[in-house]
Design a protein around this ligand. Structure first.
Ligand SMILES: Nc1ncnc2c1ncn2[C@@H]1O[C@H](COP(=O)(O)OP(=O)(O)O)[C@@H](O)[C@H]1O
Ligand SMILES: [Mg+2]
Length: 428
């Protein structure tokens, strides 16, 4: 009798052969869509970022243009004010113009300005908030401050006064600064962009949070359901074994021994699924022993051309782990390693103590390696380069290490055609 049960072959993803050609074609199709999806998704992200940058810069460029236009308009208005003032003083019969300036021109725009005499003493101000209760000295003080600021912002406009002969006898200056409207407009695109970005960040985080909550429910639900469904046939198989053992002809046969092994394996699988479907219990375990157990089991099943070495020094490296889940991790990493070297090569598992109470577990293979641009993708669900792969192995491994053990897993190094090293960090 073959030692491989139906379940084993399922675990080894071999059932597909029974699907025949149509099944294979379907798998190939799925692989292609998977790959397209990953390619498209990163392309889509790039397009989104590009669009965001274009919209952002366009909005800034456009408002900057508006600011410039408004600025030159304000300058023209001040010049008009200065010209009118000059005209009023120089043409004796034009006193009505002052009325035009004071009552129509200035109240209708909000450009703050100060009129000074030839040596820069304030004579008059417009659109500048002055405290009505302030003393004359305080007012002058405030106006001087404003003047300094205006001087730094724009060139003043000169007004020349001439006598009847056309000789210049005095100067005045008009100082001004940007209106509130202009100041607001300058800041507007930045405020607008920050508000929009905050909004999008918020949406993004809410979305990814609910996505991960949903994924979580899916993992837990599926795992629990699987464990539950396996329970019934396993108990029934155990009853059958008891029945066979009672039979004098069968009780010493090899069949029963093999059946018992298979049932043990099924129980282990159920145990794994039920552990991942609930909050797993962590116990302090001797990691070297656990890894050796798993590897011992794998050695018997893998091709003799794959050598697996375990290097655990010191001998008693301990960490709090869920044994069934941690075994699952080691098994998954070893299976991937075997796949990557086409059945011939070496796997080295080394365990040692790191800094700050950590334990470092390196799983190295002599396989075909992972290209640089794929290093991050291998942990995403559905990512696979195998015609018969599901792309869930490393997702599961990452979930077990990071979620259930609060550890870390990453690819320490990978070189094409040389091999790959996965590193796990656990707290001891
Ligand atoms: N040790 C390794 N060497 C090379 N490539 C690997 C290794 N482990 C994983 N990979 C790559 O990561 C992919 C995802 O692995 P996994 O999540 O276990 O899914 P699957 O084994 O079903 O493809 C694999 O298809 C393979 O391309
Ligand atoms: Mg795998």
């Amino acid at each position: 009798m073959q030692t491989k049960t139906g379940f084993d072959s399922l675990a080894n993803k071999k059932t597909v052969t029974s699907l025949g050609k149509a099944g294979k074609a379907g798998r190939n199709q799925r692989l292609k869509t998977n790959m397209d999806f990953y390619k498209n998704r990163s392309a889509l992200n790039l397009v989104m970022v590009a669009i965001a940058i274009i919209i952002g810069s366009a909005s800034i460029i456009y408002t900057n243009d508006l600011v410039k236009k408004l600025q030159s308009r304000e300058r023209r208005l001040i010049e008009l004010y200065a010209k009118t003032l000059e005209y009023t003083v120089n043409e004796q019969n034009a006193s009505d113009i002052t009325f035009v300036i004071q009552e129509i021109l200035l109240p209708n725009n909000s450009i703050p300005l100060i009129l000074t005499d030839g040596i820069g003493r304030p004579l008059e101000s417009k659109n500048i908030q002055l405290d009505p209760g302030a003393s004359e000295q305080e007012r002058q003080q405030k106006l001087r401050q404003e003047l300094d600021y205006m001087r730094s912002q724009h060139e003043p406009i000169m007004i020349t006064f001439r006598d009847e002969e056309g000789q210049i006898y005095d100067y005045n200056y008009v100082y001004y600064k940007n209106s509130d409207l202009l100041i607001n407009l300058e800041f507007y695109p930045y405020i607008q962009l920050s508000v929009i970005s905050i909004f999008f960040l918020l949406v993004y985080f809410t979305f990814s949070y609910s996505k991960s909550a949903e994924q979580n429910r899916l993992w837990v639900g599926l795992a629990k359901e699987t464990a539950h469904q396996l329970g019934t046939p396993i108990s029934s198989l155990m009853a059958w074994i008891e029945y066979f053992k009672a039979d004098d002809q069968l009780k010493d046969s090899e069949v029963i021994v093999e059946l018992e092994k298979d049932i043990q394996r099924l129980e282990m699988i159920t145990n794994r699924f039920s552990s991942i479907g609930s909050v797993p219990i962590l116990n302090s375990e001797n990691l070297g022993a656990v890894v050796n157990d798993t590897v011992g089991y794998l050695r018997r099943r893998l091709s003799k051309k794959v050598e697996i070495n375990v290097n655990a020094l010191p001998i008693d490296i301990r960490a709090s782990i869920s044994k069934p889940l941690f075994e699952w991790v080691i098994e998954n990493l070893c299976k991937n390693a075997v796949d990557s070297m086409g059945g011939v090569g070496r796997i080295d598992i080394s365990l040692r103590k790191g800094a700050d109470d950590t334990v470092i577990i390196d799983v190295s293979d002599t396989g075909k390696g992972i290209p640089k641009n794929r290093l991050k993708k291998v942990f995403t669900p559905g990512y696979t380069t195998k015609t018969r792969g599901w792309g869930l192995g490393l997702t599961l491994v990452k979930r077990i290490i990071e979620r259930y053990h609060k550890g870390k897993i990453y690819i320490k190094e990978s070189e094409i055609d040389k091999g790959t090293t996965f590193r796990i960090l656990l707290m001891s």
